[in-house]
Design a binder for this molecule. Structure first.
Ligand SMILES: *Cc1c(COP(=O)(O)O)cnc(C)c1O
Length: 400
């Protein structure tokens, strides 16, 4: 059986976790701080906060920006449920828009969806391929679009425009114009969930990159406080003898990263380039084969400006129904290869069906109905990759 995306747990990871356990400091502490600083160095953003998930990171940032009932947040229809759920949790109006054939959000559709109530746009780098951030940054800074923005707190007044909060759950290490995701727009949120490129079991990071006059270090401190109940002192500073007294400056959340998670992250980050290189090789093997098949629509993952983080290889099969795709997946599974579908557009899910109709998102549906994601990970050997390829070809050619 070839699994879809097993975590890379070896002695290096195990030893770093054991080191943390033996250190006596297991919750947020020195390793989390070090991991955050190394992420900032790697991505070239201004400051970073690690949390227990990407979802929490998205939610913290919507809360920080003061998104409330009556506000609108624009999200692509083609994403994981987390991107939509966090908007619903703020009781803001979720505005879904359709995508491009590269699976990413269409900037013209965002433009058409902007109103005086729009506070945030949340693009999603599907499969690790960065969205058109140059166009998106330009759009929210356009005088006509800016003049529509109606701030209702000091932070919104200071930004003076729609905030871009990127769901970069897939795209750690991806780049645009030679700059890494994290440094491409206002805020990008990474996921370190078990199935992602870089894993801390559960985890995420907010890459802060807000423009002047924002002080991103100060925002980092505010988000840290917000992620720990709104408490004015964290566990490490309360540890010092006699330093028991603290205040709670707001009703915060509880979603900090532990040093056990950060220990895994430090090892993964240190060897991340070799991870990306191996993933790129696997993409290359898939691409070489499938680009020769007339039934295959291969994904866009590298252009002269952009490069993916090689998170997901999103293969599509020409002219098939959803049912045929599902039969192909069953056939592949019966042959001991695990594949997946990324994603069911939000309007297909019960939680979003009542407010959004899939008929309004024809490209999202088309991209979804014939999509099959293939295994990509560091430990997948060339031989296993070949097995995946042969299994997929046999299953497709049997069913089309
Ligand atoms: C995995 C994922 C998330 C959520 O990440 P967590 O760290 O599990 O919260 C959000 N958005 C997308 C697109 C994802 O794939």
């Amino acid at each position: 059986m070839i699994p879809f995306s097993p975590p890379r747990i070896d002695d290096e990871v195990i030893n770093e976790v054991i080191d943390t356990l033996k250190s006596g400091w297991i919750t947020t502490g020195p390793k989390t701080k070090k991991f955050e600083d190394l992420i900032t160095d790697y991505c070239g953003n201004k400051s970073t906060v690690c949390l227990n998930s990407a979802t929490a990171g998205l939610q913290m940032m919507l809360h920080w920006f003061g998104v409330k009932p009556g506000d609108e947040v624009i999200v692509p229809a083609y994403t994981y449920c987390a991107t939509g759920n966090v908007v619903n949790h703020c009781k803001a109006k979720l505005i879904l828009v359709d995508i491009n054939e590269d699976f990413n959000v269409n900037i013209e559709n965002i433009k058409a969806a902007i109103t005086e109530k729009t506070k945030v746009v949340m693009p999603v780098d599907i499969g690790g391929f960065p969205c058109d951030y140059d166009k998106l940054n330009e759009l929210v800074n356009h005088p006509e679009i800016k003049s529509m923005f109606s701030p209702n707190n000091e932070i919104q007044k200071q930004l003076g425009r729609i905030m871009i909060l990127s769901d970069a759950a897939h795209s750690f290490g991806g780049s645009l114009n030679g700059n890494k995701v994290g440094s491409l727009t206002d805020v990008s949120v990474f996921s370190f969930h078990a199935v992602k490129n870089l894993s801390t079991a559960e985890g995420g990071a907010i890459a802060l990159n807000l423009p002047a006059p924002f002080d991103n270090e100060q925002i980092r401190a505010a988000i840290k406080t917000k992620s720990l109940h709104g408490q004015s002192k964290d566990a490490l500073s309360k540890m010092k003898a006699g330093a028991w007294k603290y205040d709670v400056i707001e009703s915060g959340f509880k979603c900090n990263m532990t040093d056990i998670q950060a220990a895994m992250g430090l090892v993964e980050l240190n060897r991340y380039q070799s991870n990306l290189t191996r993933r790129a090789q696997i993409f290359g093997l898939y691409q070489e084969t499938f680009s020769k098949k007339d039934w295959a629509i291969t994904p866009t993952f590298k252009t002269d400006k952009k490069e993916t983080s090689y998170h997901l290889y999103l293969l599509r099969i020409n002219n098939i129904s959803e049912e045929t795709r599902d039969n192909i997946i069953t056939e592949i599974a019966e042959n001991q290869v695990a594949v997946n579908v990324h994603f069911q557009p939000l309007p297909l899910l019960t939680a979003f069906k009542n407010t959004h109709n899939i008929m309004d998102y024809p490209i999202a549906f088309n991209q979804y109905k014939n999509e099959i994601s293939l295994p990509v990970y560091y430990n997948l050997t060339n031989e296993q990759t070949k097995t995946v390829i042969n299994t997929v070809i046999a299953a497709v050619e049997k069913h089309i």
